[in-house]
Write a protein that binds this ligand. Structure first.
Ligand SMILES: Cc1cc2nc3c(=O)[nH]c(=O)nc-3n(C[C@H](O)[C@H](O)[C@H](O)COP(=O)(O)O)c2cc1C
Length: 169
């Protein structure tokens, strides 16, 4: 059977979401898929992919513009292939305790892309994160790295399982 090709595209301001996208890509590679992990701004054509995973970090309740533009620009092709979305943000344990629904922009993209699923992963904000907001939060003992590799891998495996069973149907 032909190896399925999966695109993992991401919008990331300071690299935390890049790490999540790479973990998803690594997991799916180990599961036998051919994956490309690329910034959403670099995605011009998705037609060579059998499935697409698109994610973004959250800032003030919004997806990154790069990720939203990627969804818009490729809307037609994306609506014709399996798509999953993810968000990354909360710098506390909330994403591990409950399902956090997509922010309005991501929910809208889910609808017009007919995405099969969405998940919100914990984010990361540390002393390495640039900017005064991050600096102030970290100084007051807030923030931290709340990305959970196990959660990310489990979600990626589920996608792999769905694609495999669909391909063998
Ligand atoms: C100014 C600012 C605003 C943020 N707003 C949100 C938010 O609205 N919701 C959320 O879940 N996380 C929010 N975060 C946390 C980021 O989404 C988190 O740090 C994320 O992992 C950053 O990913 P990136 O480095 O890939 O951009 C905010 C962080 C900063 C610094």
């Amino acid at each position: 059977m032909k190896q399925q090709k999966i695109l993992v595209a991401y919008g990331s301001k300071h690299g935390a979401t890049t790490g999540i996208a790479r973990e998803i890509g690594r997991t799916l590679e180990q599961d036998g898929f051919d994956t490309d992990v690329v910034p959403a701004s670099d995605v011009q054509d998705v037609t060579q992919f059998d499935a697409v995973i698109l994610g973004s970090s959250l800032y003030a309740g919004h997806w990154q513009r790069d990720a939203l533009s990627c969804a818009d620009r490729n809307a037609e092709a994306l609506a014709h292939r399996p798509v999953w979305l993810f968000s990354s943000g909360p710098v506390d344990s909330s994403a591990e305790q409950q399902e956090i629904p997509p922010v309005p922009g991501a929910a809208k993209a889910m609808e017009y892309l007919q995405a099969r699923g969405h998940v919100t992963f914990g984010g990361s904000l540390t002393s390495e994160t640039p900017g005064w907001i991050a600096r102030t939060l970290v100084k007051h003992g807030k923030g931290g790295d709340f990305r959970n590799p196990e959660h990310i891998r489990t979600w990626a495996h589920e996608i792999g399982n769905q694609l495999r069973s669909q391909n063998s149907a």
